[in-house]
Design a protein around this ligand. Structure first.
Ligand SMILES: [Zn+2]
Length: 285
């Protein structure tokens, strides 16, 4: 199997678990090979990686050294460095989360947004006993990339109000390990992920950065119902799937943990204004 074929396969395995592991175009996978970085393109769904324009193969050395030596010091610098890496090769641009894929040393870095990662972040004793790293909440982009240098040796990093990062040399074993951790978590706290249909009624909560970024789109698709909302007409294609998956993941979380903290309003506004998020909003669902 070529480096690309193995990469497509792993993207597909994670993408197939929407909306419980990933929603819309969230999440990204990378593989370091022959001094280069193969990574999902910004704005593409993981379950589409392999189609034209859905991944990039780039030289990330300038991005990595710039983050580590501090010469990339603003979100604007960071956005430009990510854009420059892929310019001229294809229309696709590397994921906005390329920074931490580059900083972390694992041959494979898999990042996605499982609902249970957000609940694990609330259980420090449970995560500590299992060797899971749980840094404080970090704004995606340069801030997150820089902070993860301190977690370079972790196999499993749970990101508060965001998701998980797995890194190592055997991606299938890492995904199996994550699956075991999820089951262990459900058993430990006697939780169950119930099946849910898209006409579920519930509250609008901003648990994930993607909810903040696509909040206007989500609000447009919601209609008042009972004490909360339900989905009305969603856009066609991948944008509609993104709205529906974000809504379902939000409702799962609201039912599993009604007291789960949301992303603060000022942080949500900042996320929506990040240069790379503006790009992503225009170019993909
Ligand atoms: Zn993410």
């Amino acid at each position: 199997m070529t480096a690309e074929d193995a990469f497509f396969r792993i993207c597909g395995m994670i993408g197939a678990r929407a909306p419980i592991w990933v929603q819309g175009a969230g999440g990204n996978v990378s593989r370091k090979h022959s001094g280069r970085l193969l990574i999902k393109a910004s704005g593409c769904r993981l379950d589409r990686v392999g189609e034209a324009g859905t991944w990039v193969d780039c030289d990330d050395s300038a991005l990595r050294s710039g983050i580590l030596d501090g010469s990339i010091s603003t979100e604007q610098d960071y956005a430009e460095a990510v854009a420059k890496m892929t310019r001229g090769k294809s229309a696709a641009r590397a994921s906005m989360e390329t920074g931490f894929h580059s900083i972390l040393p694992g041959e494979w870095v898999m990042h996605f947004h499982p609902i249970l990662a957000l609940l694990m972040a609330e259980r420090p004793d449970w995560t500590r006993q299992r060797g899971i790293h749980v840094p404080e909440y970090l704004t995606p982009g340069l801030t997150l990339s820089r902070a993860l240098a301190a977690h370079a040796q972790a196999r499993v990093i749970v990101l508060r109000n965001h998701g998980v990062i797995l890194q190592g040399s055997d991606p299938e074993e890492l995904l199996a390990e994550w699956t075991r951790l999820e089951q262990d978590f459900l058993d430990s706290f006697q939780l169950k992920i119930a099946g849910m249909s898209s006409d579920v009624i519930g509250p609008l909560r901003v648990y994930f950065p993607d909810t903040a970024v696509f909040l206007d789109e989500l609000k447009k698709a919601l209609v008042s119902a009972g004490q909360g909302y339900r989905l009305g007409v969603v856009p066609s294609g991948d944008r509609g799937r993104a709205v529906e998956e974000l809504w379902l993941a939000t409702q799962q979380l609201a039912q599993l943990h009604p007291g789960l903290e949301e992303i603060a309003a000022d942080e949500a506004a900042r996320l929506a204004g990040l240069p790379l998020e503006q790009y992503r909003r225009q170019h993909g669902a």
